[in-house]
Design a binder for this molecule. Structure first.
Ligand SMILES: [Ca+2]
Ligand SMILES: [Ca+2]
Ligand SMILES: [Ca+2]
Ligand SMILES: [Ca+2]
Length: 414
């Protein structure tokens, strides 16, 4: 249904494509946007967004350091498709892709609350396709980007909330980018909002999803500066799908459905001990002291792959921590003879040296200032003091706790 108020829609009869490289505030992002009548109208933008995120990862329950995930809805069985609801955690457990959905709950029906999300029916099922079972006009109103199923919140809400997890777990996660395909966007009402793990709204995407009456629209954002998306809220038009909400009714009603979701690989939102691959789970890892070079042997818990790394010299003490703040453990050793800490950043492989501590000190790195980043810290057996450099502001903390002969828990294995 086209709208008389929508002069912008006429411009969008021609497909358009753009990418903006934005630097609003501190966040750097690439935004891919396109709209038009057919899948071909948005294909290039979708493919560029895929390339921004990286390799498509398999949905086999594993977790990866990088790459992307996709949901095209087409593999969902008829039994989990409209008129039946899809479970909110279907794409975290049934088909583990690390997302869960929520929306305003539907009405009470015989003591239960209706699940508000639906995947549209297949032609073979006999149920009208593209939500024609909800309202007969919808089959003609909506288009699929990837045939033939599409997705909606229904029937009580036009707002969808997406949160991220390490696939097949309840470990909270974040992503570096998110994009989605929309169909029959007639007004600027349809938009996405991204939130970081502190609940703050990120400044991208910078505008509404572009308009394409009875067509397809795409919007996707990839952050390139380390900004992480913890939650996505999507507003679909200005009304939920329902038998009474025929698109264009009174030149007001704008219903919108969705097709493909594309997003970065979900990574643990916090650092977990001995987690070298960022799936929020400790990795089996040993440090083998050598004559000269020492070696690290790690089984990445997310993908069951092995990493072997040479780092450290005879007499060094391996320690665990995330000093560069990317939630992955960094290869780090404390050298008692010099009181130096040597590490390889997990984020960029950069080599770093920090002087902190004396010979005989116990290295006890940890996040003592609650900023999510590991602090350099030692416990000194000779005076029973903790000496900490706070990662948040570089300030030094000295706290007497313990007596000579005690063993600090963080360094108990040393
Ligand atoms: Ca519409
Ligand atoms: Ca791990
Ligand atoms: Ca790290
Ligand atoms: Ca800290």
């Amino acid at each position: 249904m086209s709208f008389s108020l929508n002069f912008f829609g006429k411009f969008l009869c021609f497909s358009f494509l753009m990418a903006t490289f934005m630097g609003i505030g501190s966040a750097q992002a690439i935004e891919r946007v396109a709209a038009g009548a057919t899948p071909a109208s948005i294909q290039a933008a979708v493919d560029q967004f895929r390339a921004d995120l990286g390799t498509l990862n398999p949905n086999n329950g594993n977790s990866f350091k990088s790459g992307r995930r996709e949901i095209n809805w087409d593999g969902v069985a008829d039994g989990a498709s409209s008129p039946n609801a899809i479970l909110p955690d279907f794409f975290n457990f049934n088909s583990p892709r690390g997302v869960m959905f929520s929306s305003t709950a539907g009405p009470f029906v015989q003591g239960t609350i209706a699940q508000p999300m639906q995947v549209s029916a297949s032609a073979a099922s006999g149920v009208p396709t593209r939500f024609g079972n909800i309202n007969p006009t919808y089959t003609n109103e909506f288009k699929a980007f990837s045939e033939q199923r599409i997705f909606t919140t229904s029937p009580e809400s036009n707002v969808l909330e997406i949160t991220f997890f390490i696939p097949r777990t309840n470990i909270p996660a974040t992503v570096n980018g998110f994009g989605a395909v929309f169909t029959d966007v007639d007004t600027p009402a349809t938009h996405m909002q991204f939130y970081d793990q502190n609940g703050r709204i990120l400044l991208q995407p910078s505008g509404s999803v572009p308009i394409a009456d009875k067509g397809l629209s795409f919007e996707g954002v990839t952050f390139t500066d380390g900004t992480r998306i913890s939650r996505v809220v999507i507003v679909l038009g200005n009304a939920p799908l329902s038998v009474g909400n025929t698109d264009g009714l009174a030149d007001i009603i704008d219903v919108v459905a969705m097709d493909d979701f594309i997003y970065g690989e979900p990574r643990a939102s916090q650092h977990h001990p001995a987690d070298f691959d960022g799936d929020g789970t400790a990795d089996l890892s040993v440090y083998r002291p050598g004559n000269g070079q020492s070696q690290w042997f790690i089984i990445n818990s997310g993908s069951n792959t092995i990493d072997v790394r040479s780092f450290g010299l005879t007499g060094d003490i391996p320690v665990d921590g995330d000093f560069d703040g990317d939630r992955l453990s960094d290869f780090t050793v404390f050298r008692p003879t010099t009181g130096q800490w040597f590490r390889l950043n997990s984020s960029d492989g950069a080599f770093n040296v920090q002087s902190w501590g004396l010979n005989g000190d116990k290295p006890v790195p940890g996040d003592y200032d609650k900023d999510g980043r590991t602090d350099f810290a030692v416990w000194r057996p000779t005076d029973g003091n903790y000496y900490i450099i706070k990662s948040s502001n570089g300030a030094i903390q000295q706290t007497g706790w313990g007596l000579p002969g005690d063993i600090p828990i963080a360094g108990a294995a040393q």
